[in-house]
Ligand binder design. Structure first.
Ligand SMILES: CC(C)(COP(=O)(O)OP(=O)(O)OC[C@H]1O[C@@H](n2cnc3c(N)ncnc32)[C@H](O)[C@@H]1OP(=O)(O)O)[C@@H](O)C(=O)NCCC(=O)NCCS
Length: 433
């Protein structure tokens, strides 16, 4: 490993880095996709591992912003994690991550995140699954059975080209309500959500965007849903939402010879259960289709309760979504909001970033939080990866103790900690990077 150096990959080195990534991911992308990746990487932190001037490892990080309880934090979001097959298991990934963590701390980003292609890799680096997603299928060969009355306001199909301006402010508001959501700029909307040809399935139609509620022309101001109503998060899209949108869905369709036509739902957001019911009913009633498949739905989606026939609406997959690393535990804990008072001593194990390790007194309440080193005995011992899993409110400390992953030394500690970590809605991430 002494022969390997870690340093920035200059813009002129992006093509070489992409070739390494395509080699390890067994991909041969078309020129257009390569160009798209190249453009994405221009805005990323890019760390290379070099041996004798040869690139043998590569990792990039998007400079994203992720919602956390009570606000949002800058968060390097790791992508293109690649090590040459000739150099695997020699510590190249470990070296690149150490470099990235050091930069995150220096840049004031207390958290880092990624989506894992293999779950087994990242726990040892202190990442824990902080959000989970469900795959949901609706048998739509018959009308969707509902226990509530859907919102009867009009549904309109809108031009995907107008969607970033129309939906951007609405989406930003959802980020205040659920932790784990990534701020979307105009380019991210257009290239990741609304691109004409789906990257994984070229038989799918272009994206369709359906909106519930009255829609006005994008561009004016003073709308009820404008981000000024929610001061904690900035508007990340260029245009202000001028509508009284009550919800929207983005989906694609395809017909199939051997099975009912498919509606693939990419995103559905709604203000109320009735608005969500109207959108689900619409998706399940599109002619010439018989299956709605939604990927990456929130685990606490109200659909599961208001669907009248759970044989018709089934969860067919459950997976870790956003893996989170608390690179600066103190700053991370002090940066989120807390739902209830708690005063406990945590003993955190962190082999990779020893500055986080050891006993600290966590004193938090809705008024704020401090996290200070202490010699007092620990109330709870846990690994930094498991603290990361709890951080957005998606995993209970109580469940960690029950699973033998954390040790409660003082009875009542996890009950108090879980009450303080609680968020009304479970965290959720659907932007894969
Ligand atoms: C996964 C990959 C990045 C690992 O890189 P690497 O340089 O071999 O990793 P390191 O040598 O630093 O390994 C660090 C530790 O992780 C473990 N590890 C690495 N890859 C692993 C895997 N796929 N599954 C389980 N453990 C893994 C190593 O055994 C080692 O464990 P140790 O600390 O207990 O000894 C590399 O194999 C690769 O590029 N694979 C193909 C692309 C890929 O899967 N990228 C991940 C996308 S999310």
């Amino acid at each position: 490993m002494e022969s390997v150096q870690f340093r920035d990959i200059p813009a002129a080195g992006i093509d070489r880095a992409l070739s390494l990534a395509y080699l390890v991911f067994h991909e041969t992308p078309e020129e257009e996709k390569r160009k798209h990746h190249h453009e994405l990487l221009l805005d990323c932190v890019r760390i290379g591992a070099y041996e004798d001037g040869e690139l043998v490892g590569f990792v990039a990080a998007f400079p994203f912003t992720v919602s956390v309880p009570g606000g949002e934090l800058p968060c390097p979001c790791l992508t293109f994690v690649s090590v040459a097959p000739t150099h695997r298991r020699r510590g190249v990934l470990s070296g690149m991550l150490a470099e990235l963590f050091a930069r995150a701390v220096a840049d004031g980003s207390p958290i880092a995140s990624l989506w894992a292609s293999e779950d087994a890799i990242y726990g040892r680096f202190g990442f824990g699954p902080a959000t989970h997603g469900h795959t949901v299928e609706i048998d739509s060969r018959r009308p969707l059975a509902l226990r509530i009355t859907p919102d009867d306001r009009p549904l309109r199909l809108v031009d995907p080209a107008d969607a970033p301006g129309l939906l951007g402010a609405y989406y930003d508001r959802t980020r205040t309500e659920r932790a784990g959501r990534i701020a979307r700029g105009e380019a991210w909307w257009r290239e990741e959500w609304l691109v004409t040809e789906d990257e994984e399935d070229d038989e799918l139609s272009p994206p369709r965007v359906v909106v519930l509620g009255a829609t006005g022309a994008p561009g004016a101001t003073g709308a009820p849903n404008s981000p000024s109503d929610n001061a904690t998060l900035p508007n990340t899209t260029a245009t202000t939402n001028t509508t009284t949108i009550a919800g929207y869905a983005i989906y694609r369709t395809k017909t199939r010879d051997d099975a009912p036509g498919l509606v693939r739902l990419d995103e559905l957001e709604a203000d109320t259960p009735a608005a969500a019911a109207a959108l689900w009913r619409y998706l399940a009633s599109i002619d010439l289709t018989g299956l709605v498949r939604a990927w990456g739905r929130p685990v606490d989606d109200p659909l599961h309760l208001f669907a009248a026939d759970r044989d018709q609406v089934r969860v067919t997959g459950d997976f870790p979504a956003l893996w989170l690393r608390l690179v600066d535990v103190r700053k991370a804990l002090e940066s989120r909001s807390w739902a209830a008072p708690v005063d406990v001593v945590l003993d955190v194990r962190d082999d990779r970033l020893p500055a986080n390790a050891g006993r600290h007194r966590l004193t938090a309440s809705p008024d704020g939080c401090t996290y200070e080193p202490t010699d007092a005995p620990a109330d709870l011992t846990l690994d930094v990866r498991d603290l990361a899993a709890c951080y957005l409110g998606g995993t209970k400390a109580d469940a960690l103790v029950r699973a033998g992953l954390a040790t409660e030394h003082t009875p009542g500690t996890v009950a108090a900690l879980d009450a303080a970590l609680h968020t009304p809605l479970l965290p959720h991430t659907v932007d894969e990077f």
